[in-house]
Ligand binder design. Structure first.
Ligand SMILES: [Zn+2]
Ligand SMILES: [Zn+2]
Length: 71
């Protein structure tokens, strides 16, 4: 992961000037208010994987907690 990200205040999809109202996606690109959602710009960030990992982490901590309580 050594790619240099150049910040530009333009939507990466429609090239519209976004000024201060740009949204940086997890994939590292900026998008306007219309294209900020992952499904609007065919995002290459693995959202499914992130959600799954978060879920497993949350579940794991919940299980740990319940175990320590029952002991
Ligand atoms: Zn846009
Ligand atoms: Zn994205």
């Amino acid at each position: 992961m050594s790619e240099i990200k150049i910040k530009k205040n333009r939507c990466n999809l429609c090239n519209k000037k976004t000024n201060i109202n740009y949204f940086e996606c997890k994939c590292g690109n900026n998008y306007c208010e219309y294209h900020r959602f992952p499904f609007e710009h065919s995002c290459n960030y693995d959202w499914k994987q992130t959600n799954k990992q978060n879920l497993e982490k949350t579940l794991g901590e919940a299980i740990k907690k319940s175990n320590s309580l029952s002991i």
